[in-house]
Design a binder for this molecule. Structure first.
Ligand SMILES: [Zn+2]
Length: 156
């Protein structure tokens, strides 16, 4: 799969694409299907993350788009108020690359396409020039238990 780092010259003149916190909606080749409005979902933006959320059975299905340059401890921490993100994230990384750092210093790299199962208690940041698109499933306040995730990152 060829990287397209140098293939964005045709859009540089607009001056808005690279702005931090702006999702380059539909501007990047091949990303349109990932960024289009999701049928059955409600859209909101939290800490520069574009979130679409809808219900399916007892679960919620979410599509999250993290802009390039995003870092949880910078963009989300002031809104959430905890030292680290205390959510479990289970789902499918559809586009981009995101790194997760746990409290003990372990860094886990995730690169699309791949399954993700991220334990509570982490920071995370987007790597590279592409936005990250994550499809995630949760059960609101009961997510950790119902997904069978550990309540924190630890080693056996
Ligand atoms: Zn660890």
């Amino acid at each position: 799969m060829a990287k397209k780092k140098h293939a964005r010259k045709n859009v540089r003149h607009s001056g808005t694409i690279a702005k931090r916190g702006k999702t380059p909606r539909g501007r990047q080749k091949g990303l349109d299907p990932f960024l289009a409005a999701v049928k059955g979902a409600e859209r909101r933006t939290v800490g520069h993350v574009q979130l679409e959320v809808g219900r399916a059975g007892a679960a919620r299905v979410k599509r999250l788009v993290y802009p390039r340059g995003f870092r949880w401890s910078v963009d989300m921490k002031p809104i959430v108020g905890t030292d680290l993100c205390m959510h479990a994230h289970v789902g499918f990384l559809a586009h981009g690359e995101i790194h997760i750092e746990y409290a003990d210093g372990c860094v886990v790299e995730h690169k699309a396409p791949q399954i993700v199962a991220i334990e509570p208690g982490h920071d995370g940041w987007v790597v590279g020039n592409e936005p990250v698109v994550l499809i995630e499933f949760d059960f609101e306040g009961d997510t950790i238990r119902r997904l069978g995730m550990p309540d924190a990152h630890r080693h056996p």
